[in-house]
Design a binder for this molecule. Structure first.
Ligand code: HXC
Length: 518
């Protein structure tokens, strides 16, 4: 090849690449910006360390001819895929390009995503998808549905193998919602992110309900009501930082551990912990105060913060090592377990178990939530998920009973028989089948009603019940609690035990897979 030819060839390559990098063209990029959104390539450049990543399949084109698609061909089609470093670690990502036919998913776009997912899995690294799409490419018909199939099957097969994160930074309509739904965590950006199976127009024509895009599928709806979204951010930049923070807590894949971090030891004996639980057992307090005092540097990454606040889940570190925290929250619904709390905590426990993250459980739970609505919505099958998740988990499991641990909820919250490794209780713990008032009303109803002074008798019986059951010592005398500890020592006790349990080995019976109640 002559030098001139060589120059022409390279010029041609550069021209082709520059054209491809424009996606749907200048006008559509302008329109994307006018909506307050970054373009797909800007997203990846902001996400990867130093803006550097290797792009794949930039010259891929769809092969469809129907409904005018032969005149609408764009290099790279509607998704940008690639890999690079994030927090210094290998990471794979794709970003749907709304400037190309509304980011709609074609067969080749599905295959591009599948290819980068396969690479992520082979290299044991997380895959992050930025979603900005009108759903299946309508003109392609069944081909585009096959494209989704390629993605869904990988979302499923790689679940529990490599962390999968979805970021909703535009519409995510129709088929576009289901890949995110299978992934481990969904991040949404306020105002620009929306998710729905069918948009407001279809909703109106089918049910007559009128609702805006935001109210139907915006970040508020999904982070508080449906529980679909785990994290919400005001801007795309803040969202990227949030994703990187999460990636920093979790391992690259199911065969590795999360990276150990430096920490500055505050007080190893924290006397303030003795003051947090109020004397009156019906009084509320914020369990996050306990969490923040026990973990390193008060650095708690709460997951699902606005959904089912009666249970708190999230990541922290103890002496540099990542732990998953699950805690009943007495400041919300008295910390009762309801349907949403059970789903939220079960999914979190299973993530931790899949990725070798020890689970620390703080217990203060008066029971499962009573009510017709809860019963008819299936609290039985939802609550069962949490039992299943804790029971099957083989990572180190430690629980600390702070105050109430009543009835079924006591068993669910990582009790000894669910193969917990260490069960501690604060002296304020009350472990019983049910609360004293309810218990006395059931077992002593006749005695109370037949007594000369029913009120006095009831109070006396309540005091007797409290004396016997409302302390941790009966449970400790039977070995259900391994030790009753001074709250001030909580962090030290957890840290020294986790060090010993770090080599824990426990296998479940061999099987194809279990059948978790869904
Ligand atoms: C082909 C699409 C498309 C789609 C949008 N476009 N969605 N092209 N297939 N699914 C095109 C538009 O025609 C338009 O092209 C360009 O993308 C930008 O779209 P706009 O509507 O101008 O943008 P905007 O006003 O921001 O509205 C975005 C939107 C809207 C809310 C996403 O486009 C929309 O409602 N799209 C359809 C959503 C939907 O019903 N999807 C379900 C598909 S079926 P031009 O050339 O005019 O600019 C499905 C089932 C799969 O997904 C099931 C698998 C399990």
């Amino acid at each position: 090849m002559s030098e001139k030819n060589n120059k022409d060839i390279l010029q041609d390559l550069n021209d082709r690449r520059s054209k491809a990098q424009k996606g749907g063209g200048d006008k559509r990029i302008e329109s994307q910006k006018a909506k307050g959104k970054l373009t797909a390539r800007e997203r990846l450049a902001k996400f990867f360390d130093n803006g550097k990543y290797e792009e794949l399949d930039i010259f891929v084109q769809h092969q469809s001819k129907d409904l005018g698609l032969d005149k609408n061909v764009f290099d790279g089609d509607s998704v940008v895929t690639g890999y690079g470093l994030v927090n210094g670690k290998p990471t794979f990502a794709y970003a749907q390009d709304f400037t190309v036919l509304g980011g709609s998913l074609s067969l080749v776009a599905g295959k591009k995503i599948a290819k980068v997912m396969d690479l992520a899995s082979k290299n044991g690294a997380p895959i992050i998808g930025f979603n900005d799409s009108g759903g299946a490419r309508i003109q392609e018909g069944v081909d585009s549905l096959a494209g989704y199939g390629e993605v869904f099957v990988r979302n499923t097969l790689f679940s529990g193998v490599i962390p999968q994160i979805s970021v909703i930074v535009g519409p995510s309509a129709g088929g576009a919602v289901y890949s995110p739904a299978i992934t481990d965590f969904i991040f949404m950006v306020k105002e620009i992110g929306q998710m729905y199976i069918t948009g407001p127009d279809v909703v109106k024509s089918v049910t007559g309900e009128e609702i805006s895009h935001q109210d139907l599928g915006g970040s508020d709806a999904h982070s508080t009501k449906s529980g679909v979204a785990h994290f919400v951010y005001e801007t795309e930049e803040e969202c990227m930082q949030g994703i990187k923070r999460l990636l920093d807590f979790i391992p690259q894949n199911n065969l590795e551990n999360a990276t150990k971090k430096d920490f500055s030891e505050t007080k190893s004996i924290d006397e303030e912990l003795r003051q947090i639980v109020p004397e009156k057992s019906t009084e509320a307090y914020d369990v996050k105060e306990v969490i923040n005092r026990v973990i390193d540097n008060q650095d708690f990454l709460e997951v699902h913060e606005n959904f089912a606040p009666n249970i708190v889940v999230g990541f922290g570190r103890i002496k540099g090592d990542t732990v998953g925290i699950v805690a009943n929250q007495p400041a919300s619904l008295a910390g009762m377990l309801d349907i949403n709390a059970s789903d939220k905590a079960a999914r979190f426990v299973r993530f931790c178990d899949a990725y070798n993250i020890p689970i620390i459980t703080f217990v203060d739970v008066p029971g499962f939530m009573p009510g017709v609505n809860q019963e008819h919505q299936g609290i039985i099958r939802h609550g069962a998920k949490l039992i299943y998740a804790y029971a099957e988990a083989t990572v180190p499991k430690i629980s600390i009973i702070l105050r109430k641990a009543y009835g079924g909820a006591y068993i669910v919250m990582n009790s000894k028989e669910l193969r917990s490794d260490l069960n501690l209780a604060w002296p304020t713990a009350e472990i019983a089948v049910m609360g004293p008032e309810g218990a006395v009303n059931v077992i002593s109803r006749k005695e109370i009603s037949e007594s000369k002074n029913p009120e006095e008798t009831r109070n006396k019986l309540i005091d007797e019940y409290k004396e016997k059951f409302s302390s941790p010592f009966l449970a400790a005398s039977r070995g259900y609690i391994d030790d009753v500890i001074d709250p001030a020592e909580t962090r030290n006790k957890i840290a020294s035990s986790l060090e010993i349990f770090s080599k824990k080995f426990l296998d479940n019976p061999s099987k194809k897979h279990g059948n978790i109640p869904l």
